[in-house]
Design a protein around this ligand. Sequence first.
Ligand code: ATP
Ligand code: MG
Length: 574
Amino acid sequence: MSDEHKTVESDTSRHFLKQWIAEDVAAGKTGGQVVTRFPPEPNGYIHIGHAKAICIDFGMAQEFGGQCNLRMDDTNPSKESDEYAESIKQDIRWLGFDWGDGFYSAANLFDKMYEIAENLIGRGQAYVCDLTQEQWKEYRGIPTAPGKESPTRDRAPAENLALFRRMKAGEFADGTLCLRAKIDMSSPNIHFRDPVIYRIMHVPHYHAGDTWCIYPMYDFAHPIEDAYEGVTHSMCTLEFEVHRPLYDWVIDRMDEMGLLVVRNGVKIRPQQREFARLNLSYTVMSKRKLLQLVQEKRVDGWDDPRMPTVCGLRRRGYTPEAIRDFCERIGVSKYESQTDVALLEYCLRDDLNKRALRRMAVLDPVKVVIDNYPEGRTEYAEAQNNPDDPAAGTRQVPFGRELLIEREDFMEVPAKKFFRVTPGQEVRLRAACFFTCTHVVKDAAGAVTEIHGTYDPDSKGGNASDGRKVKGTIHWVSAAHAVPLTVRLYDRLFTVSDPMGDETRDFLTFLNPESLKTVTAFAEPAVAEALPGQTVQFERVGYFCADTRESVPGKPVFNRTVTLKDSWTKETKK
Ligand code: ATP
Ligand code: MG
């Protein structure tokens, strides 16, 4: 990166892309419409890093009243499939973005790319090279010393063309020949040293079928796709910065060939700019690594709720709003950094707090017996569905003589500032009444099996008629009405914040063996009716989402979406 570059782009920090586009709009370079694109390769499910790129690509188009295309960058048929392409569309729609009529596929341009390649050959700007891969690497050299020219670099265009056509006809085996752009073997930019633009690959394409056995390289295909779609602003991650001269070179050649789109009298010259990719702590983001996790069954598929994939986050209970808010907060810059996953969790809590209905569920139950409450009687406590949203209304929660509470809400010998259940201390049973523990029953091993106590009949609804206060409020469920439910307690998939950071150890050694714990919890009856995908807050415990694959009304399975403990605000307030 040149110094001039650094100043300009760091000065404008977060919004350098926005400023760049605004300047081009003002200069009339867009022909009246900003066009961007999101160009995934359909070789895996998209992840939270892609969500950042999606928010930028679609977000910038929205900001300028333009269009963002969705383009399958499918130039490497060995790993691509329709399953991936379809999942990408679904995930982008779910995130809340729309490409309208702008759906494209690199494969639809294979004919045109081939034509351009022939054209380059004819102009003496590309040649067929027969160096082996090893030789090619050796000839290319290192950035500090010029590379060596391929022996066939100056072969006559007619001969190159004949060879290229034979490559296309399938006469040669994979890896024997390739087509290279004739640019500059002494360029300090290694990508400029006669890059390969076509390779032989006898592999059918998931869309183009077996029409082709030669495929364009990404660096050649991408600018061509951008140019044909009339893309004005092509944004990608920083690793492509060193490819930008080659991108511009291809655009220049297309310009010379008269192939650039003209919009409202303005010739559209696509330009590329780069931003830092999203790296998240405790997370592995590369599609290759995620595929490995899936293939080796370290997780339960691409949409395992521990995966950073968009479908995994969705199944975990993430909302599109939370993800978009996160992408907004992390901003856009040119500096590589790692974002704390706690920020993502913070954005999720912030969103769910507003929309999730409150319910009571006990994850690790111990029985409470209210000795002064009549046996067999059921009353209903009126509980708020969401204290932050009066419109969410209330619900009736059954209450009786025997309850279940959280084991950790009881201490026989209370620690300092323990305001929950302990002999002689009055607490509030949420929305129901005041309760005071009198004694406990233990098993032979000394573990508490029953907590006995009394309630105050003058505290119905959870407030004493004489106005006295209690310091602790706990959740509970009626033992007679409790609905058992399977709850999967997810934790981070990796034990270290940078699982890819240790070059001496495989990232799999950092898999968290505790990332999934399954328990049977007991909940108030309303929970049983949750629809798959619905997220609720189990009061004082966390947010939980009814699993979209396995939960059915009447037989609920809940995934823990996120705990209530916020480590983000705490960290940042320090
Ligand atoms: P990965 O590196 O995870 O395998 P990729 O770069 O191979 O992903 P593509 O399908 O080629 O995946 O990416 C589509 C777009 O998403 C590209 O423009 C790329 O720059 C962007 N992108 C990929 N990963 C991230 C990330 N972590 N943060 C931001 N943008 C990303
Ligand atoms: Mg890629």
